[in-house]
Design a protein around this ligand. Structure first.
Ligand SMILES: Cc1cc2nc3c(=O)[nH]c(=O)nc-3n(C[C@H](O)[C@H](O)[C@H](O)COP(=O)(O)OP(=O)(O)OC[C@H]3O[C@@H](n4cnc5c(N)ncnc54)[C@H](O)[C@@H]3O)c2cc1C
Length: 494
């Protein structure tokens, strides 16, 4: 098994394989070029990333300390609906200590009755984020924050380094060098790669983790790219790192700008910043200025522009080659989903792990399943743009009037009835996510479920009032995120 590329995708692939197979059972070789380097961004994750660490039997605390990581309770969206408004998309549940469906429908009833309960006041992750607090939910069972969830903000380069050490310790062979040529068998499948220094690396199966170069998938196998720029027109990002200014915030901030949005990702050691923009409306220079105006701390790097294309490969797995990470496709990082897609790519691959005879039924099912994941994420990202009420720039006017993917139109129409989301198998975004974004973007269901008609509404209101106060008081006593990190998992600088 040959993994070509050693960014986050390459080393996740190598680590998953090394964990799955005993040393010697499968020869795993990873080729990477230090001269080319990695993309060096990808620092905000979502909760399933912690499952990866668990499956690899990696100690979470050790990982946090060595990757300068900090905690993330969700994403704060600023200026997306109209300038001056903000909302929070939290991880975890919103239940107010009740059945989630019951709570949500009672909450719909409350606003239809003219009461003004903010839904995020009932969410532990949102209230913790608002007060810049953090505590591990697994260490707070039987408390109101037990239903919160978290992910990590991490240093992409240190993650690759950590996983490299992990994989090499389990027998993965790392070969340094720039791939100069990809050799093919008579049937077109990949036979091997030839490096600039003359080394030949042959294998039965290849994982293309060469990032946007897509050396095997695109340059060799010529797999088409399904372009989604007509749904998501941002096609560039300018990125810069800054010193931390003040406390570490336990969330990613995504601020809508004139022609896209900027992010702020606080790590223990520094802050990652970027501006994702549409080059049709905004020049690189203008984007650079917007980003530099938006950052707080002292600059640690020079701003760097990264062009990209939104979409997915027509086939992510072709013959004996699997595309993983940026080589397989890319959707802008608004909900921090790219590393998750790498992990999903490996989870599905392990379920269809090929023997010498590669089944086309496995390839087809893998491609179908990954496309479902990509489309779900695409629709969820488009949701953030299309519900805007902004008309202050050509970019936002376009977003407000854009043509939606048919799948998303259906979800929005269905949501507007009673706040439900169509059920799908193994979704990434659960109803709580759709409800949080729709509420933040001022889209509300027209009615509540008849199933709550017999519930005593006055009692429910009393419960809401008490619960809100209890949650707030509980969270006020928790440590700040900075305090929690420095006490429990301060960065280890190697
Ligand atoms: C602007 C931006 C922001 C992002 N933010 C997030 C985020 O917040 N959260 C998130 O989950 N994801 C994010 N991502 C995505 C994330 O960065 C990637 O999914 C992740 O880093 C995986 O990248 P990769 O390993 O596929 O590619 P890369 O990091 O580019 O690695 C490619 C590897 O291939 C090697 N290579 C290439 N060509 C050759 C060759 N000829 N010979 C030998 N080796 C070669 C390189 O040396 C390198 O090792 C973001 C992406 C962008 C563009």
């Amino acid at each position: 098994m040959v993994v070509v590329g050693g960014g986050t995708a390459g080393w996740i692939a190598a680590a998953v394989l090394a964990n799955e197979f005993a040393e010697g059972e499968l020869v795993i070789e990873l080729v990477e070029s230090e001269e080319i380097g990695t993309i060096g961004v990808g620092e905000s994750t979502i909760p399933p990333f912690l499952e990866l660490l668990k499956n690899l039997k990696i100690d979470e605390r050790d990982f946090i300390q060595k990757t300068q990581a900090s905690f993330k309770l969700g994403i704060e969206f600023v200026d997306w609906h109209t300038k001056g408004e903000r909302y929070f998309h939290p991880f975890g549940h919103i239940t107010a200590g009740m059945d989630e469906y019951m709570f949500y429908n009672l909450w719909i009833k409350s606003y239809l009755n003219g009461e003004h309960y903010a839904i995020q006041d009932f969410c532990a992750s949102s209230v913790m984020a608002r007060h810049n607090k953090f505590f591990l939910p697994q260490s707070a069972q039987n408390t109101p924050i037990a239903e919160s969830r978290y992910a990590l903000h991490l240093d992409a380069k240190l993650v690759a380094q950590y996983l490299r050490e992990y994989a090499e310790a389990r027998g993965v062979i790392r070969t340094e060098g720039r791939v100069e040529r990809v050799e093919q068998n008579d049937d077109g499948s990949i036979a091997g790669v030839k490096l600039q220094n003359g080394t030949q690396v042959a294998g039965d199966f290849f994982i293309d983790c060469t990032g946007f170069h897509a050396l095997l998938t695109e340059k060799t196998l010529h797999v088409d790219f399904v372009d989604w720029t007509h749904y998501l027109p941002c096609d560039r990002a300018v990125v810069v790192q800054t010193k931390n200014a003040g406390e570490i915030l336990p969330y990613t901030r995504a601020t809508a700008q004139d022609f896209g949005w900027s992010w702020r990702i606080p790590l223990q050691s520094r802050t990652g910043n970027g501006y994702v923009y549409a080059s049709e409306y905004c020049s690189d220079e203008e984007a650079r200025k917007t980003l530099l105006n938006a950052v707080d701390g002292e600059l640690l790097t020079e701003p760097r522009v990264i062009p990209y294309r939104t979409g997915v490969r027509q086939q992510i797995w072709t013959q004996n080659c699997l595309a993983l990470g940026l080589a397989s496709g890319f959707i802008e990082p608004l909900e921090s989903t790219a590393i998750h897609l790498v992990v999903r790519g490996m989870v599905h691959f392990m379920r269809h792990f090929p023997d010498r005879e590669i089944s086309s039924a496995f390839i087809d099912e893998y491609n179908r399943r990954m496309t479902v994941d990509y489309e779900e994420i695409r629709d969820f990202i488009v949701l953030h743009y299309c519900l805007t009420d902004r008309e202050d720039t050509e970019f936002w006017r376009w977003c407000k009037n854009m043509e939606l993917p048919e799948s998303l139109s259906r979800i929005i129409d269905y949501f507007k009835v009673q706040g439900n989301v169509p059920e799908v198998l193994d979704p990434l975004f659960h109803p709580v996510s759709w409800r949080s974004v729709c509420e933040g973007m001022a889209v509300r269901p027209r009615k509540y479920s008849a199933l709550i008609e017999s519930t005593n509404y006055d009692e429910a209101k009393q419960h809401f009032d008490k619960y809100k106060i209890m949650l707030e008081e509980f969270i006020q006593k928790l440590p700040s995120c900075s305090e929690f990190v420095s006490k429990n998992c301060p960065a280890k600088v190697s």
